[in-house]
Write a protein that binds this ligand. Structure first.
Ligand code: ZN
Length: 286
């Protein structure tokens, strides 16, 4: 799933490509992808793309005051084409959820692999009427996201720091992958309780959060949409690297289940050498 750095790069990519273009078509490959009824998607047709913005992991195309807002979810992606196929997309079993066309024959498809369809698109006059956008926490890359601000957020939550980092209503834009990376850089256990972190831990976490995201944004910036997925994967230190070697200490990267998925970490760097117990399994065995 694209997170803040990839979504930011997609936004910049789209902003560059769609400048001065007019929407000439919206087609749905899946009816369920569209979460709004009014205005209808056809309200976008004929409108110029005025701006492209990011809200957390949401992308927002402002087309003459009507906004197409979408969220790529776990298996979703954006596929840009300078010359879109002429055939009209019809609702069916296509992995293409939504297609947008512009007046120079370019356009993009929002695709989603797999059977769980979570990709969501909204056509609205105000992006803040999208529930997932309205409930977003602060953007960690914003200028006013200071250490003091972050420390207040952390001390106010008695939850595992891994969960805090990827909760969109607490901090916007970080998901499963970058939260693993940030915790590895900060040398903190993903299971540590946020509210009990020492001041120096919070400061290290803040620096790791901003630094990791800034590096990833810089690495993704300017890359075409189709290269972003591989670039994200290549930049990961521990996330998705179970069984590989920790680049810091040479220990093996381990995996443990967390919420609805799994996380990766280094025991030597993050948990005092002690592997984390798989709580789902241990609960089951009791
Ligand atoms: Zn390590």
């Amino acid at each position: 799933m694209p997170e803040l750095p990839e979504v930011q790069a997609l936004v910049e990519f789209l902003r560059g490509r769609t400048q001065g273009l007019v929407v000439t078509g919206v087609e749905l490959g899946s009816i369920s992808v569209l979460k709004t009824f009014t205005p209808p998607p056809q309200a976008l047709v004929g409108a110029p793309v005025d701006d492209v913005a990011r809200h957390g992991k949401f992308i927002d195309l402002d087309c003459g005051g009507t906004h197409l807002v979408f969220h790529l979810a776990r298996a979703g992606w954006l596929r840009w084409s300078d010359a879109m196929p002429a055939t009209v997309l019809r609702p069916g079993k296509s992995p293409i959820a939504l297609r947008l066309r512009f007046d120079d024959s370019s356009g993009f498809d929002l695709t989603e692999a797999g059977t769980k369809k979570r990709l969501a698109a909204y056509v609205v006059h105000d992006p803040l009427t999208v529930p997932g956008v309205a409930s977003l926490g602060p953007d960690p890359m914003a200028d006013d996201f200071t250490l003091e601000h972050f420390a207040t957020i952390v001390s106010g939550h008695r939850m595992q720091v891994k969960g805090l980092l990827r909760d969109q209503s607490i901090i916007a834009g970080v998901g499963n992958a970058y939260s693993d990376e940030v915790l590895h850089v900060a040398k903190l256990s993903p299971f540590a309780l946020a509210a009990t972190l020492k001041d120096e831990d919070v400061e290290r976490l803040y620096t790791a959060l901003r630094g990791t995201l800034a590096r990833a944004v810089a690495a993704a910036s300017g890359k075409p949409a189709k290269e972003l997925k591989d670039a994200k994967r290549a930049g990961m230190r521990v996330h998705g690297r179970t069984g590989e070697t920790c680049p810091e200490c040479g220990d093996v990267v381990r995996e443990v289940s967390f919420a609805d998925s799994s996380l990766q970490y280094c025991a030597t760097c993050q948990t005092g050498g002690k592997p984390l117990a798989d709580r789902r399994t241990s609960k089951f065995l009791k």
